[in-house]
Design a protein around this ligand. Sequence first.
Ligand SMILES: Cc1cc2nc3c(=O)[nH]c(=O)nc-3n(C[C@H](O)[C@H](O)[C@H](O)COP(=O)(O)O)c2cc1C
Length: 331
Amino acid sequence: MQDIDNSISIEAGEPSEDPKAFRRTLGQFATGVTVIATEQDGRPVGVTANSFSSLSLDPPLILWSIARTSRSFATFSTASHFCVSILGEHQIDVSQKLSSSKEDKFSDVSWQPGIGGSPMITGAIATLECSTFAVQDGGDHIILIGRVLRHKRHVGKALLYAQGQYGVVDEHPAFKAQASDATAPQTVRSLRELPLTTLLYLAHHNSSAAFERHRREENISLVQSRILSALTRQSPMSRQAIIRQVYMTPQTVEDALGELLQRGGLTQTEGGQFSLSEAGHKLARSIRMRLQEYEREQLAGIPPERLEVTRDVLARFIDGLAEKTVVDGAA
Ligand SMILES: Cc1cc2nc3c(=O)[nH]c(=O)nc-3n(C[C@H](O)[C@H](O)[C@H](O)COP(=O)(O)O)c2cc1C
């Protein structure tokens, strides 16, 4: 087995010293995203949860945990039934709505009642209708164990959550390259023989890895860099507007806003709106310049007319809106 050099730690310490750092370490573990819901007095009650886990096949048990601080805590701690909806990749908005502190979280979420009236989210890729089997103490959370009475699975890809960001299930690039019969190490010649869709996929993985390296060198996380670019486009912005634009969970955005404020990258108005400070503009510029430099290096020596064709081809794969004539003319 290959040895992994984990001697370089980014953060370390006792959990009580820095709870946010502890949460980030826990966030290295990837999960799916669920909505867990029940009903009280005919009203739906629910939260977004990634603490869900399978527990036992016989009897069929699952578990999850809810924070004692959640407004839904009292309802779930005495609920006789609840339903777990496993969200699909198209349901980030559902995850964001059900994790918000809005009064009526279900107002524009579509659902049907399951066993015991517990809401099952429409469009979820799976649902598990449960009766409450046991409730255990779990520190500042309680652990709810559910006995699965009925399960349903639908087509669709799972929405994932790891390291503070949403993701989708995709093949691993190592598999993709090898499955395409390309010999490793890749030569320019063998790469040229791969199907275009495989090339697009591998190019995307390589460029995001390269970009992550640049962010690390600037000591900036993905969510921080998204906040900077959102505020470059539009300023000032409210916390809610930023959460909507960067597609990250409220907690992740909250932490990143705090970190950016602390390093002097943001200013905040009395009304709570955020803008970039001089230092924030500088940081955003420096990230943009790194991106431009990276592109310049990759594209060095390629004539502009060939780049135009590349752009057209890529646009076709993205939305089919490219000018067909340009591509035809170059063929
Ligand atoms: C991806 C994600 C996973 C979450 N997982 C949990 C969880 O497992 N348990 C929990 O108590 N809260 C979790 N939360 C936070 C709750 O969704 C949020 O605190 C809750 O909905 C607040 O609403 P309430 O006070 O109305 O209950 C998660 C949030 C997100 C975005």
